[in-house]
Design a protein around this ligand. Structure first.
Ligand code: MG
Length: 410
C-alpha cells in the first residue's frame, strides 16, 4: 500500500479560524483569510487548489464561530463540481484546538487515510506541492514543506542589541500544508491535548512531541504566510504577476445555445432548474428544461465538444424524464477537465406565458449553486415576441444562451 496512490482517501483540512491580530484589518472583513486577493479572498485561493486536486477526496474548513456569514458570503466563487467541500465547523481559542476540532469532524464521517493540514493564510498552494507531500507521507510518518534558512540568525536582547549569532546549520522554516497519516496525527493531537498544552503552532511539532517522524520536503517561497499588510501587498503583486502569465496562456471562448420545446398538457414547467406551476407542461424526452438545454449547448459550444444530443442521446431510454441539471453539470465538468473556467453565462427565455419575472431570482440562485459562479456572472432574462410566431401564439417556449469560457490555449 503506497500513500499517494489513488485508492487511498486523502482529506484536506484548512484552518481559517484565526483573527489576524497582527494585521490592521479594515472594513467588514474580520480577518486576513477574508481579505481580497484578486477577485477572491485569501482563503478561497488555497481552497480552490484543494477542491480541484484530483487526489483530494474531501475538504474541511475550520472557521471562527462568528465568521459563518462572511464565509458563506465570500465562498460563492469557488467551484466544487464534485461536492468535496463539507460544511465549515467552528474553531477554538488556539490554532491547536481548531485543528483538533477539524480532525474530529473528519473522523466523524468517512475517515480518511491521509490528511493535509493547511493554514488558510497561505494562499499560493500549488497542485505540485500537494503531489510532493502525498508522495512523501507514509503510513508511519508525515511530511512538511520547509525552506532552508539562508539569512544569518541573531539572538537579540530586550534592548535590541545583538547577544549572539545562532548557527543556521540544519535550520528550516516550516510551511503548510503538512501531511500526516490520519489516525497517527489524531492520536498525536489527543496526546498533546491530554498533556494540557494548547499552544503548539504547527502540527509537525505535535507529531514530534508524540514521536511521529516527519520528513522535510522542499518548500515554496510562494507559500509565504500572510500575516502583515506588507505580506498582503506582496501577495497582490505576486498574483498580478501570475495573472499576467496566465493571461498569455488562457483564451476566451464564447459558445451559444438555442432550444425550443412545445407545450403539452400538464400542470408545471421547469425552466433553468426551477419548477413553475402553470396550466401546461413542456413536451420533451427529458424534463424539457429549455433554459438549461440552451445553456448546456452554449457551454459545449464554447468547448467545441458537440451538443447535448451527442453526450445524452434522446434515443437512450435512461435519459427519459431526466433532470436536465445532469446535462448542465456534465458540461460544467467538461470545462473543469480541460483546465478551464466558466466566466459568465447569459440565458434569455422567450415566451408570453408563464411570466418569468417573479421566478428570475430563483433561477439565478439555482444557476449560482449549480455552476458555483458569483451571481454577477449569471444573467437570466426573458422576453416575449409581441404575440408573433410560435412563442407569441403560445405554442411553446424558446431559449437562447451564451457562455463565456476561459480555456488554456490549445
Ligand atoms: Mg431540448
Amino acid at each position: 500500500m503506497t500513500i499517494g496512490s489513488s485508492n487511498l482517501r486523502h482529506a484536506a483540512l484548512i484552518v481559517a479560524a484565526g483573527r489576524g491580530s497582527r494585521m490592521d484589518v479594515s472594513g467588514d472583513v474580520p480577518a486576513k483569510q477574508y481579505q481580497l486577493l484578486g477577485q477572491r479572498t485569501v482563503l478561497e485561493h488555497s481552497l480552490e487548489t484543494c477542491l480541484s486536486h484530483p487526489l483530494v477526496a474531501t475538504v474541511q474548513v475550520v472557521i471562527h464561530p462568528e465568521d459563518h456569514d462572511v464565509y458563506a458570503e465570500t465562498l460563492r466563487a469557488v467551484p466544487d463540481p464534485n461536492g468535496k467541500l463539507r460544511k465549515p465547523i467552528d474553531g477554538g481559542a488556539t490554532r491547536q484546538i481548531s485543528t483538533l476540532n477539524g480532525l474530529q469532524a473528519l473522523a466523524a464521517m468517512d475517515v480518511p487515510d491521509t490528511v493535509l493540514i493547511h493554514d488558510a493564510a497561505r494562499p499560493f498552494l500549488a497542485h505540485a506541492m500537494i503531489d510532493a507531500l502525498l508522495s512523501n507521507v507514509k503510513p508511519d510518518s508525515g511530511a512538511l514543506p520547509a525552506l532552508l534558512v539562508v539569512d544569518t540568525l541573531k539572538r537579540g536582547t530586550v534592548e535590541n542589541r545583538v547577544e549572539s549569532t545562532v548557527s543556521r546549520d540544519g535550520l528550516w522554516r516550516a510551511q503548510t500544508p503538512q501531511a500526516f497519516p490520519f489516525e497517527a496525527i489524531v492520536a498525536a493531537h489527543m496526546h498533546a491535548a491530554e498533556s494540557g498544552r494548547v499552544d503548539f503552532t504547527d502540527d509537525a511539532s505535535i507529531a514530534e512531541a508524540a514521536g511521529l517522524p516527519v520528513a522535510l520536503v522542499p518548500g515554496d517561497e510562494a507559500l509565504r504566510k500572510i500575516t502583515t499588510k506588507d505580506d498582503l501587498f506582496w501577495a497582490r503583486a505576486h498574483l498580478n504577476q501570475k495573472g499576467d502569465m496566465a493571461m498569455s496562456t488562457l483564451e476566451t471562448r464564447v459558445g451559444q445555445g438555442f432550444d425550443v420545446h412545445a407545450f403539452t398538457e400538464g400542470s408545471a414547467v421547469t425552466l433553468c432548474g426551477v419548477t413553475i406551476p402553470f396550466d401546461k407542461s413542456l413536451a420533451g424526452h427529458s424534463d424539457a428544461d429549455v433554459g438549461l438545454h440552451a445553456l448546456t449547448d452554449a457551454i459545449l459550444g464554447g468547448l467545441g465538444d458537440g451538443d447535448i444530443g451527442t453526450h445524452f442521446p434522446p434515443s437512450d431510454p435512461q435519459w427519459k424524464g431526466a433532470d436536465s441539471v445532469v446535462f448542465l453539470e456534465d458540461a460544467a465538468q467538461r470545462v473543469v477537465a480541460r483546465g478551464g473556467q466558466i466566466r459568465h453565462v447569459d440565458v434569455t427565455l422567450i415566451c408570453e406565458e408563464p411570466k418569468i419575472g417573479p421566478h428570475r431570482a430563483a433561477m439565478t440562485e439555482r444557476l449560482v449553486s449549480l455552476l458555483g459562479l458569483a451571481p454577477d456572472r449569471i444573467s437570466v432574462k426573458a422576453t416575449t415576441t409581441e404575440r408573433l410566431g410560435f412563442p407569441g401564439r403560445g405554442e411553446g417556449i424558446a431559449a437562447l444562451a451564451m457562455a463565456t469560457l476561459a480555456l488554456p490555449a490549445s
